[in-house]
Design a protein around this ligand. Structure first.
Ligand code: ADP
Ligand code: ZN
Ligand code: ZN
Length: 727
């Protein structure tokens, strides 16, 4: 008797047993294949985990699977091993874990093969690029790219290395330079162009270290200031990995905002880089996945979930900007792609590189205990030099001014010498608070425990947590006073200030409002690089990996929310953001200057950061974590619960009672969450803390099955292992 053990995407922690589909030779069945199975009244796509001889259920009650979908497994034994590990580490249902790891098309049961797509191809082989008009540089770039890829490229692939190509493609099409046809996204043979860059000694050292360890697990923390040449090192290491016929996965925080990363890889290797991110279509994602699995795509660049893409010949995993919080999924299956990368590299016995100019305290801690190799690039590559910092005490500035005298003077100087200026403010919109001075009323969101932000562009109030919008109050709803005040600054207000002070400057705002339109970010980046912008104002979007070589002045409008944030990671995040934003300045030959505005100029973490640099800050911050017994010195899990009537404290109390007493695991709470209500859900949480990871996990494994099932009508809950914040 053969029993099929199947994982199904249901919130249940076990596998399900089925009989083989009728008329199927059991020898055909291999773990890792998809099956269609009945479940309740529905049909599901499941993954075959094992073929067993017995079942814990009476065999006559087992139902047969409906059919096999794949002729060959889509997940290898190693892939399944990783997924099983993740399910047990995150205490998350295996079927849901697998669903996260598979592209949508495969979850929907579509065939696991590559279909031709509409794409662009060169119409002729002998290109006379000189005959193009002088100003048609984008057309030229497209033609050169297509010349490297005679099999043709889809528009999305072209867009990932040449931003915003639509109109140039149309023109080229009209002029019969290119044709539109069905193409197969196969990759042609690799022709890596050797780098013309001579690595500096620090880079060479890193390259050698990693390249002598390509056949073993080698976790490296690549700690290098912005512009120190980390990407160049990745490129040269990958070159070696490819020479050995192996593949690389490179994780980046935000691919659609940084097309230049993909472009840099393409230019170096002359191969279409397989990408993976949310802007791709379902079919394109399927293709990336299959090309990687079959060993055809040598390099895959993608965001968080790319860490699940199977590789035929894993060679290296690289996590760029490893400190970035986007690597942790913040809902449902709350995994950390950075941590998975390390586990995956260990399973595959290959190196993993975690790169950052501002490494997370977790990784620095691991490096200090030799769990990771600490690789550093202390100097900027090429000729660029470190920026100088100034802290401005806003208590001694004219009241009601958002921009300090020093900052205004510095901006004026840069405008006079035609250099670019970047101003950073961590809030979009115009003002963060609408208030009545007479009675003290403040405009709150009806659905959240949060203030409404006023947006000048749309002239309304918005909640940044649930998306609610409403019109501006004409009078105070409490005391009917008609004069209301807008407090706090956002990007729009700073933009307004600048337009008043510098009416002739060309000013551009970058936040999720101004970049929501498709390709908006690419257009903006084009403008900045072409020197068509004098002053850029933006949110943390600006901190993410962009190179702005013409920027020589960076202003941080207000650093204080990070200094006094309510979370144990607030100051770490503030420091990373500040250093990352500052790192955008002076990347070319001009020295950069950074002006930081604050009401707390003597804050010890801020002064340490500014006067002694990020490593000294990190040491001090780690000491504080140690004292407070927070990660990385302890291990945390957070049971988050939500209910529609009131914070589910009782539920959590009961959950706490269901837990076994343990000397090794402490339970803190339950307490209402810092943001008590969000999108009409009332929130509370229970914190678990242990000195050893194993104790925490053994405890949870016993405890979790005792908890009542999550219920969308009453109380729903989720467990966050290694939470990034306690919100
Ligand atoms: P990071 O990834 O650390 O920000 P990059 O690799 O992007 O740094 O390098 C920053 C700049 O310095 C890039 O323009 C790069 O081409 C250049 N660069 C990197 N390594 C070298 C080198 N060894 N010699 C000269 N220029 C270099
Ligand atoms: Zn009032
Ligand atoms: Zn809200």
């Amino acid at each position: 008797m053969s029993i099929l053990q199947v994982a199904i995407p249901k919130p249940l922690h076990n596998y399900f047993d089925y009989l083989p589909p009728v008329g199927i030779d059991v020898n055909q069945l291999v773990p890792g294949m998809r099956l269609q199975v009945p479940f309740g009244k529905n049909r599901y796509i499941g993954i075959l985990i094992d073929v067993k001889k017995t079942s814990d259920f009476p065999v006559n009650r087992l139902r047969p699977a409906i059919k096999i979908i794949d002729l060959e497994p889509i997940l290898s034994t190693n892939d399944l091993k990783l997924l099983k590990w993740a399910a047990s580490y995150y205490h998350y249902p295996i079927g849901e874990v697998i669903k996260t790891a598979l592209p949508t098309a495969l979850n929907q049961g579509l065939p696991a093969n590559i279909k031709p797509l509409i794409g662009w191809k060169l119409a002729k082989t002998d290109l006379k690029l000189d005959s193009l008009p002088k100003n048609a540089s984008k057309q030229k770039e497209i033609l050169e790219l297509l010349q490297q890829h005679p099999q043709g490229l889809t528009q999305t692939v072209i867009t990932s290395s040449i931003p915003n190509p639509t109109s140039s493609l149309k023109t080229l099409h009209k002029k019969d330079w290119i044709t539109k046809e069905l193409i197969f996204p196969t990759l042609r043979k690799l022709v890596a162009k050797p780098s013309h860059l001579q690595l500096n000694p620090a880079q060479t050292e890193v390259l050698n270290q990693v390249c002598t360890s390509l056949h073993q697990f080698y976790p490296g923390l690549l700690d290098g200031v912005t512009g120190s040449g980390k990407t160049e090192v990745y490129l040269q290491i990958i070159q070696e990995v490819l020479n050995q016929g192996k593949q690389a996965i490179v994780l980046v925080p935000e691919i659609s905002l940084t097309p230049q990363t993909v472009r840099r890889f393409e230019q170096r290797f002359s191969i279409p880089i397989a990408t993976w991110h949310s802007k791709l279509t379902k079919t394109e994602r399927l293709h990336t996945w299959l090309l990687a699995k079959d060993g055809i795509a040598p390099i895959i660049i993608g965001t968080r979930s790319a860490i699940w893409i199977p590789l035929a010949q894993p060679g290296i995993f690289i996590v760029d900007e490893e400190h970035d919080s986007s690597y942790k999924q913040q809902d449902t299956f709350r995994y950390s792609a950075r941590d998975i990368a390390v586990v995956r590299a260990k399973q595959a016995q290959v190196p993993v590189l975690l790169g950052s100019a501002t490494p997370s305290l977790d990784s620095l801690y691991n490096a200090s205990y030799q769990r990771y190799q600490h690789l550093s690039l202390p100097e900027r590559a090429g000729t660029a030099i470190h920026p100088t910092y100034h802290i401005v005490d806003m208590r001694h500035q004219p009241r009601k001014e958002n921009l300090s005298r020093l900052l205004v003077t510095a901006i004026r100087q840069r405008l006079a010498t035609k250099q670019q200026i970047l101003l950073f403010i961590n809030r979009r919109g115009y003002a963060s608070t609408l208030t009545c001075y007479k009675c003290g009323w403040v405009a709150f969101c009806q659905h959240c425990d949060a203030r409404l932000t006023y947006h000048e562009t749309s002239k309304n109030l918005q909640c940044h947590h649930c998306g609610t919008m409403q019109s501006l109050y004409a009078q105070c709803p409490e005391c009917k006073h008609t004069k209301l005040y807008l407090l706090g600054q956002g990007t729009e207000r700073i933009e307004e200030d600048l337009r008043t002070k510098f009416p002739n400057a060309r000013i551009l705002r970058i936040d999720s409002d101004s970049t929501s339109r498709k390709n908006a970010m690419e257009e903006i980046l084009d403008k900045i690089h072409a020197g068509e912008i004098d002053i850029l104002i933006g949110t943390q979007m600006l901190a993410k990996g962009h190179h702005f070589p013409k920027v020589t002045l960076v202003g941080i409008i207000n650093v204080d929310s990070g200094l006094y944030g309510s979370d144990f990671r607030s100051s770490e995040r503030m420091a990373q953001l500040l250093v990352q934003v500052a790192g955008r300045a002076g990347r070319a030959n001009e020295p950069g200057e950074v002006i930081i505005q604050t009401y707390h100029p003597d804050h010890p973490l801020l002064t340490r950061l500014v006067h002694q640099g990020y490593p000294a800050f990190a040491q001090a911050a780690l000491k504080e974590r140690h004292k407070a017994a927070f990660p990385p010195y302890t291990y945390l899990a957070l049971l988050r619960a939500e209910s529609t009537s009131k914070p589910p404290i009782e539920f959590l109390e009961r959950a706490k009672q269901l837990a076994q007493q343990s000397e090794n695991v402490q339970l803190w709470g339950p307490v209402n969450s810092p943001m008590e209500k969000r999108a009409d859900w009332y929130r509370a949480q229970l914190l678990l803390q242990a000195l050893q990871r194993k104790h925490l996990h053994d405890f949870i494994a016993q405890w979790l099955p005792c908890l009542p099932a999550s219920d969308n009508q009453k109380v729903r809950w989720s467990l966050d292992i290694d939470p990034q914040d306690l919100f």
